[in-house]
Design a protein around this ligand. Structure first.
Ligand code: ACO
Length: 436
């Protein structure tokens, strides 16, 4: 395939195949690589493109998040992630992702108030929790309960109405921390703590997780700031597996609560949102620094099936900009909590040191990702391992909802329907059971 550029015009790529040629438009975004628009390919050339895992395919156009994996750049609506994590509240980031711009003071106050007013759950939803075993994984509870919200808000199914979409977006983002915290309280056998309108998003989540009905709960500002950062760092990440799942489910016109539940299911796996939980399990398995060389040898041995969890990323191939902020936050939180010698942190730092200088990892461009340090922070804050992915889902709901809205509001939006390279049996005739 060759590409040509005529001044003043969009460039074309020319594909030659079996004596035929097709002119394929090359589309340019604001920043980032151009994409070849192959939509006419089947009609003109009778072929599809092959890209298992969609790693090299732009599945949509989007104005929300930009990533340059080689340079370690992550922008939300154009703003670098480090600036947002350092200066913004999570609520400002929600507004930004949903609406495209940062709010002014008046808009922010109105928006925060509306968000706060939607944090309560319908009292009937309490009954859902009783249906789960006490040892249920909170991701199972989250996935089921968020999907069940579609039964409480059937109007949301009429997604053609803008006010329905806006209301569903607010409800989802506002209610998910309440469901998440209650999933934890349920597994502990503790009374549910209701949301408080005087607290911000991060504080409210900490309060619903850790407050007890029997005593007042004091918010630690350092932990609230860390929680605010963790939420911002996980808010959106372009067309990853769970976001693409939400878009795919949403493209059928399904109820938005059901679509977000699908995203939660996709996030659950250890290759995606389950990684920070897997990092802690891995550190516990390694146990002490002396065992690191043996562990690294196992990771390099392809037959062992062992991976260095919290390392590597489908898109970031030099560094994950979120990992740097996480590492700094990790030190802040451990300092505040007076944890001077955390064996897990020591182990993580040593492991990182060894891995980033090891040829195996250098050659494959494997660096710590956002999850390498987030698990240590969350553990220090008292958040149990089983809640790590849940917290990720709480934060990512903002991205999922923003991407879902963007897709539905796009003119000419179509159902997602990838094609395949069929490698099964050619057509054959049915043979009756007694003849086989
Ligand atoms: N440990 C050891 N080897 C690894 C790791 C790892 N964590 N990650 C990739 N590799 C190796 C692969 O075995 C492969 O080696 P090969 O070329 O010799 O066959 C090479 O590096 C390239 O790996 P791919 O699997 O092609 O990389 P891909 O981009 O498909 O995978 C993924 C990315 C899934 C994140 C992978 O790096 C991984 O499993 N990491 C551990 C899990 C993890 O931390 N996930 C969190 C991702 S961040 C997030 O979801 C928020």
């Amino acid at each position: 395939m060759s590409a040509s550029q005529n001044e003043g015009q969009r460039s074309n790529a020319t594909l030659s195949l079996g004596g035929r040629t097709a002119e394929l438009p090359v589309l340019s975004g604001t920043i980032g690589p151009d994409v070849v628009d192959i939509r006419k390919l089947p009609a003109e050339m009778g072929v599809f493109t092959y890209d298992p895992g969609y790693g090299e395919t732009a599945s949509c156009s989007s104005k929300i998040t930009f990533i340059d994996g080689d340079k370690g750049v992550l922008l939300h609506r154009g703003y670098p992630i480090a600036q947002l994590a350092e200066n913004a509240s999570y609520e400002e980031v929600i507004y930004l992702l949903l609406n495209g711009e940062l709010p002014n003071a008046g808009d922010f106050e109105k928006f925060s108030k509306t968000l706060t007013n939607h944090t309560l759950l319908h009292e009937q939803i309490r009954n859902f929790f009783n249906g789960f075993r006490r040892d249920a994984h909170p991701m199972a509870i989250l996935c089921g309960t968020v999907g069940a919200l579609s039964a409480f808000y059937p109007d949301a199914s009429d997604i053609a109405i803008k006010s329905n979409r806006d209301l569903a977006a607010m409800r989802l983002i506002a209610k998910i921390p309440t469901i998440a915290a209650w999933a934890y309280k349920y597994t502990q056998g503790e009374a549910f703590i209701y949301p408080r309108n005087d607290l911000n998003y991060a504080e409210n989540f900490l309060s619903m997780m850790f407050a007890r009905v029997s005593e007042p709960y004091k918010i630690n500002p350092v932990l609230a700031r860390a929680m605010n950062r963790i939420l911002i760092l996980h808010a959106d990440h372009e067309q990853n597996a769970s976001t693409s799942t939400v878009r795919m489910a949403g493209s059928t016109g399904a109820n938005p609560f059901a679509c977000i539940s699908a995203g939660i299911a996709a996030l659950w796996g250890p290759a995606h949102g389950g990684a920070n939980e897997a990092v802690l399990k891995m550190l516990a398995t390694i146990g002490s620094k002396e065992n690191i060389p043996d562990f690294i040898a196992k990771v390099k041995d392809k037959t062992s099936g062992v991976k260095l969890m919290g390392f590597g990323h489908r898109v970031y191939k030099n560094f994950d900009p979120r990992a740097k902020i996480m590492q700094q936050t990790c030190h802040e939180v451990l300092g505040e909590l007076g944890i001077k010698d955390d064996p897990l942190l020591d182990l993580a730092i040593e492991l990182e040191k060894i891995a980033i200088n090891d040829d195996y990892f250098v050659q494959r461009k494997l660096y710590p990702n956002v999850d390498f340090y987030s698990g240590i922070i969350l553990k220090a804050m008292g958040i149990p391992t089983s809640m790590f992915t849940v917290l990720f889902a709480v934060a990512r709901t903002t991205g999922w909802v923003s991407q879902w809205k963007e897709m539905i509001e796009e003119p000419g939006q179509r159902i997602c329907r990838p094609r395949q390279l069929y490698t099964g049996s050619p057509q054959r005739d049915f043979v009756a059971l007694d003849k086989r």
